[in-house]
Each structure stands twice: as structure tokens, then as C-alpha cells.
Design a protein around this ligand. Structure first.
Ligand code: WT7
Length: 676
């Protein structure tokens, strides 16, 4: 492994010093097989060639009709990509592969229980099942092009089958994360005016069979109260007869899919020829304020973008077994379990359960048994795996060549464990920075061409031109050592088209801040605001510091929460760290730190001091924490994100709000007891 160490000597107004600035190079073997190695890349994807360079992405797909215009800006900033082109996403993910690859595995489904059989679904079988279910959707549920459908399902083969059947008909799917409550689901049913909800009877999580349908009985009731009637609740059955609540069938509304499907065995449904700009799906995401917003993604632009990202950044080849451990209920799962990999005719793994069930070796066993070569996950999972089984990967015989991380900044300590232990020192790591709204990656390294730099995502991916502005709209140049608001200068095909039913909120949230002329039809006048704070180093690599509201301001100096947390993680006993700003009379705010310990370590005053000292040593006195609390666990969302908002409220003696949707609500009172 060639390795160089470059220390940035910027006039850092901000205390954003990581432990070190290392670069890691991909191995020659990786470079040799990489999908994208091209010395002229910067030129090819320069703004001078915008937007035409994106036709290369669109050419990865099969079109019924080519586009009339690459980018239509007439309705700025609601861009239309590949206007006039016609295609179908289901056709691109399935039908077009049949001639050469019908017997290839499209999906490996791994149930959580190791006593259940792993399923290997070929492209032919996927084709048959998607067609039959599409026939059911059309004939038994009365769905047609442009209708919205809410899907509230756990990780299963039936989930992508359901999505692809919708796409085949031009029905807009809105997948709600399976772990969301009835009321969250109802909100989304109402906002999208779905009159059909699709669910599953039950699923395993942490070894327990969870009754899922009952949640959706309740969701239907809540939606109806608000005036959105669910006419049909379609229920896939994995465990017929096992859950008593599933016996409570509402006549006329509930349809047991497994029974109903028998009417459609052998049915074939011609894919709808969709205009590129017609919506493919909605994905709800939370904003700073207000109710969740439905990010509306289009068909042609989105599919072209995610296919290109899977090919060039994830470096997926036809022979790869690719496993993205995200949930399909989030954008990562849509783009990088379902649409990107299947459009490339890859074999994609779907794992039902939690990564550490029934033991810390589960992930690595799956990787070994299926021969996974590309692995995609998030820092939260990496930290959890490191915490429960730092030595487990070595016990299994698997070989990753490529690993991805997504969702939040990864601390260099954690990055290095991922690289050395999980990747066995051989796999490349691509830190991908993007958002629900962006459809696919914004910043990442092209793995065969660009060096990795722990803690930094990378430069804009080919075609993306990031720019960092300060509050007044002045550009902060690379290497200035100052953080600002990261924006994207150019439109790109993966970007969402609008917020469902709320164009004004779309324009205000994402485009207003740096727009100088609201009537302009020129894309140059509409930089996209990500809402993240970031720094661009002299090498063009972007280090994301977190959401704009995640940045702590101490005495006029901005401290990235991640910098402090990374410093805490250099103490070997520390498993997880979360820092929150506490209001301070003179300094504005000052950081307060929560840490949890790795197994086998006990809290003590000495350890608290050691952590506090590590922060000062790593970053400086400016980052000195008011308090360090050693807590038994962090308050976490069901998707595993640490809820800093809850910790912040505790630290500031404020209202923690509703915590019942947390994975571990009971921890909140325990922590409160320690802080009071
Ligand atoms: C926010 C978007 C994109 C899929 C998962 C999350 C943060 C995302 C990174 C990264 C640092 C990251 C940003 C972004 N984020 N990826 N590699 N490094 N921060 O999707 O729920 O829409 O969240 O996640 O703050 O704005 P999301």
C-alpha cells in the first residue's frame, strides 16, 4: 500500500484538525479491473461540456425513444432531463437482461433466521414475479400510470418486486421505512393521496417475529380520519397463520396477495413507455422544520444517474456479488440495492435483519457464504460492528475489493478499522456524500483513479461541480481552511424534481439562498443548497462537517461536531461519542460530550478526564468540553443514528420532545438522571 502523508497548513480560523491527513492508494489489482480510469476525466466533465456529458450516463440505459433535449430549463429550477425521451425502469432493470442473463441471480435474499433458506432469484424469476404482481396491481387494485401507492414493507424479495411492478405500470411508489410507526406511515399516505397501501404480514428483527400488518391496520385508520381513505390494503404473507392480528381481515379492503396472485399466474404486462420526466417514486425525508417532504424523483434522469454511479463509483461488474446493507426504505436502498445494481445486471444481496444477529460474525458469514465482493454500509453500522466484534472479520474467509460508506462523516479511527480489519487492507473505501434529494452521489472518489483520504468524502463525482459559499454568497476557495455552505453549481440528472405538491417549499429550501434572479432560466443562477457545512481542501476533497445546524459555534469559532467526536474516539475505551452545543453566556455555545464504552470497560472519573484531555490535545482548548458523560448507550433512531437533538435538549435542560419513536426510549431518563 503506497501511502503519503500531507499535512494541510491552512490559516485555520476553525478548529477542524483531524488526527492526521493520510492518503491511501488503491491496489494495482483494483486499478487494473476498474470501470473508470481516464486521465481526461476532468476535461470530459468540465462545465464547458455541461449538460451534454450526461448523455453518456443516459446511454447506459435502453430507451424506446431518445430525448429531444438533454436539459430543459424552461421551468427553472425544476429541471427536466432528457425531455421527450421514453423508457421504463422495470424494463431496464429486468427485461433487457433476459436475452443473455436470464439464469443469472438478480437477488440473493438472506432471511434473518439462519434456519430459513437463502433464496436466489434469477432474472427470469424476477421477470415472472414482477409481471404477475403488476397484473394484480392493475386488475385487482385498479392502479394506473400516475397513481401513487404507499409501500410499507420490511426487507424481503417482495419489496423490490413490488417497486418494479409499480414502475412497470408507471405507478409512483412511495416506500416508507418498515420500522416507521403507523402515524408516520399515515402522514405519508395522506400527503401522497395513496388509496392503496401494500404491506407484509410479519418479519424477523433481532430474532423476534414482529407483527407488521397490525401497524398498517392502524395506519389505514389514522389516514381515513384525516380524509384519505385506503381502498385496498394488499398483504404479502411470509408467515401465513402465525400472527393472530393478521386474521383480522377487513372485508372489501384487505387482499391477501399470495391468494390473489393465483389469478395472474403466467400474466405478462407490457411496460408503460414513460416520459423521462415522469415521476418514478417519492421518498419522504425530514426537513429542519415542518412535516416530512416527499422528494419526487423522475424516471430517466434518476435511473441514468444511479446506473452510472453504480458503474463508475461503486465499480460494479457483471460478475460481482454486491451487498448494500442499507434498508430499501431509505434512498440508499432505492438507488443502490434496487435500481442501480439491477440496471447493471448485477447480483444484489438483500439481508432481512440486523447486522449483529445472532452474533457479531453474521455479516462476515453472509459475505463469505455468498462470495460478496462489493460491500456498502454506513458509519453507524461500522461503529456498531467494531464495538461488538473488532476481531470477527479475520475469522471469515471473504474478500472485498470495494467498500463504501454513506450517511454521515466517518471518523478516521473508524475508517482505519474498516480499511484494515473489514477490508483486510486490500479493499478500496469510497466515502460517498449525498442526500435523499440528490438521488445519487455528489462527492466521492473515483476508486481506480483517486486516492482515498480518511474523513473526507472526495471531490465532486464526475459531472458534479461543488462550490462553497459563506453566508454572504462569497466563494470560499479550496484550501482556505474555512467552512461554509456547500452547494452544487450545476443541475444533474439524479436530483429530485420537486417536493411532492409543494413547489414553493422546494424552491425556498434548496435554491433561494444564493439565487440572484428568481425569473432566470439560466441554470448558472440556481446553485443547489445542500444544507451542509463543509470545507474544501486544496486538493479539492470535500470534508462534510454535518448539517448546518450541527456545527457548534464556540467564541466565534466553528467546531464540527465530528472533529470532537473523532478526538474522543482516539481513546481506546470509547465506542461511540456524540457532542452537543450547550448555551454559554460568553462563548455562545460550548460543547458537551456523551460517550459510551466498549464492552469490558467501566466508567470512572479517570476515564472521563482522559477523554476530556484527548479533545484538548487533539483539537485545542477551544474545543474543551464543559462535561463528559459516560452513558450506558446513546439515544438512537431505529435506523441507528445517534439523536444528538435529544442529548442537546438534555444538556440544555430543555424539552426532549417525543422520544417514543427511538429504538431505545428508556435510555433518555437514565441519561437525564446523570446530567441533572
Ligand atoms: C445528509 C443526507 C445519502 C443517503 C443517506 C443519508 C449527511 C450523507 C455523508 C457522507 C458526511 C454525509 C449529510 C447529508 N451525509 N453522506 N459521506 N459524509 N455526511 O441520506 O437522510 O437524506 O441525509 O447526510 O449531512 O446532507 P439523508
Amino acid at each position: 500500500m503506497s501511502e503519503k502523508n500531507i499535512v494541510e497548513t491552512s490559516a485555520a480560523e476553525i478548529a477542524v484538525h483531524w488526527q492526521e491527513e493520510d492518503y491511501f492508494a488503491p491496489s494495482p489489482a483494483f486499478i487494473h479491473q476498474a470501470n473508470l480510469v481516464d486521465e481526461t476525466l476532468a476535461d470530459r466533465f468540465s462545465l464547458d461540456n455541461f449538460p451534454d456529458y450526461y448523455t453518456e450516463f443516459a446511454e447506459l440505459l435502453t430507451w424506446y425513444k431518445y430525448w429531444d433535449e438533454v436539459l430543459d430549463t424552461s421551468d427553472a429550477p425544476c429541471w427536466k432531463w432528457f425531455r421527450g425521451g421514453k423508457l421504463n425502469a422495470s424494463y431496464n432493470c429486468i427485461d433487457r437482461h433476459l436475452a443473455k442473463n436470464k439464469n443469472k441471480t438478480a437477488i440473493h435474499f438472506v432471511p434473518e433466521l439462519e434456519t430459513e433458506r437463502v433464496d436466489h432469484i434469477t432474472y427470469q424469476e424476477l421477470y415472472v414475479r414482477v409481471n404477475e404482481f403488476a397484473a394484480l396491481l392493475r386488475n385487482s387494485a385498479g392502479l394506473k400510470r400516475g397513481d401513487r401507492v404507499t409501500i410499507h414493507m420490511p426487507m424481503s424479495v417482495e419489496l423490490p418486486i413490488t417497486m418494479l411492478a409499480c414502475a412497470r405500470l408507471g405507478v409512483i411508489h412511495s416506500v416508507v421505512f418498515g420500522g416507521f410507526s403507523a402515524s408516520a406511515c399515515a402522514d405519508r399516505i395522506i400527503d401522497s393521496n395513496s388509496r392503496v397501501l401494500i404491506t407484509m404480514d410479519a418479519y424477523y428483527r433481532g430474532g423476534k417475529l414482529l407483527d407488521h400488518k397490525t401497524v398498517d391496520n392502524e395506519a389505514c385508520g389514522l389516514a381515513e380520519k384525516e380524509g384519505q381513505k385506503v381502498d385496498k390494503l394488499l398483504v404479502w404473507q411470509r408467515y401465513p397463520g402465525k400472527m393472530s392480528s393478521n386474521a383480522e381481515i377487513v372485508e372489501g379492503r384487505d387482499v391477501i396477495v399470495n391468494d390473489e396472485l393465483k389469478k395472474y399466474y403466467g400474466a405478462r404486462i407490457e411496460p408503460e413507455q414513460m416520459l423521462a420526466e415522469e415521476p418514478l417514486f417519492l421518498m419522504y425525508t425530514s426537513g429542519t422544520t415542518g412535516k416530512p417532504k416527499g422528494a419526487q424523483h423522475g424516471t430517466g434522469g434518476y435511473l441514468a444517474y444511479v446506473t452510472a454511479m453504480s458503474k463508475y463509483i461503486q465499480d460494479i461488474h457483471p460478475e460481482d456479488v454486491y451487498w448494500c446493507m442499507a434498508d430499501i426504505g431509505w434512498i440508499t436502498g432505492h438507488s443502490f440495492i434496487v435500481y442501480g445494481p439491477l440496471a447493471l445486471c448485477a447480483s444484489t444481496v438483500i439481508y432481512e435483519g440486523i447486522p449483529t444477529y445472532p452474533d457479531a460474525g453474521r455479516c462476515w458469514r453472509i459475505a463469505q457464504d455468498l462470495g460478496v465482493s462489493i460491500f456498502h454500509t454506513a458509519p453507524t453500522a461500522i461503529r456498531a460492528l467494531r464495538k461488538v466484534g473488532p476481531d470477527e472479520p479475520a475469522k471469515y474467509n471473504y474478500n472485498f475489493k470495494h467498500m463504501t460508506t454513506v450517511g454521515e462523516p466517518i471518523e478516521p479511527e473508524v475508517w482505519k478499522w474498516y480499511h484494515k480489519v473489514v477490508g483486510k487492507g486490500k479493499a478500496v473505501i469510497v466515502d460517498t456524500y449525498w442526500q435523499t434529494e440528490t438521488g445519487g452521489f455528489l462527492c466521492a472518489t473515483v476508486p481506480g483513479m483517486q486516492l482515498m483520504k480518511p474523513g473526507s468524502a472526495g471531490p465532486g463525482v464526475p459531472g458534479i461541480h461543488p462550490i462553497i459559499y459563506d453566508e454572504n454568497g462569497t466563494v470560499i476557495p479550496p484550501g482556505a481552511g474555512k467552512a461554509g455552505n456547500i452547494c452544487i453549481q450545476n443541475p444533474w440528472p439524479g436530483c429530485f424534481q420537486t417536493i411532492w405538491g409543494n413547489r414553493e417549499r422546494f424552491v425556498d429550501t434548496y435554491f433561494k439562498m444564493y439565487n440572484k434572479n428568481p425569473n432566470s432560466k439560466d441554470w448558472r443562477d440556481w446553485p443547489y443548497l445542500t444544507g451542509d457545512a463543509a470545507m474544501e481542501a486544496a486538493d479539492g476533497y470535500i470534508r462534510v462537517l454535518g448539517r448546518i445546524d450541527d456545527v457548534i459555534n464556540v467564541s466565534g469559532h466553528r467546531l464540527g461536531t465530528k472533529e470532537i467526536e473523532s478526538a474522543a474516539l482516539t481513546v481506546p475505551e470509547v465506542a461511540e461519542a456524540a457532542v452537543v452545543p450547550v448555551i454559554h453566556e460568553v462563548k455562545g455555545t460550548e460543547p458537551e460530550l456523551y460517550v459510551s464504552l466498549r464492552p469490558g470497560f467501566e466508567p470512572s472519573a479517570e476515564l472521563r478526564q482522559k477523554v476530556a484531555d484527548a479533545i484538548v490535545t487533539q483539537i485545542g482548548k477551544i474545543a474543551r468540553c464543559k462535561n463528559v458523560y459516560i452513558v450506558p448507550d446513546m439515544p438512537k433512531t431505529r435506523s441507528g443514528k445517534i439523536m444528538r437533538r435529544v442529548l442537546g435538549a438534555i444538556s440544555n435542560k430543555g424539552d426532549v420532545g417525543n422520544v417514543m419513536t427511538l429504538a431505545n426510549p428508556e435510555i433518555v431518563d437514565q441519561i437525564k438522571g446523570m446530567v441533572d
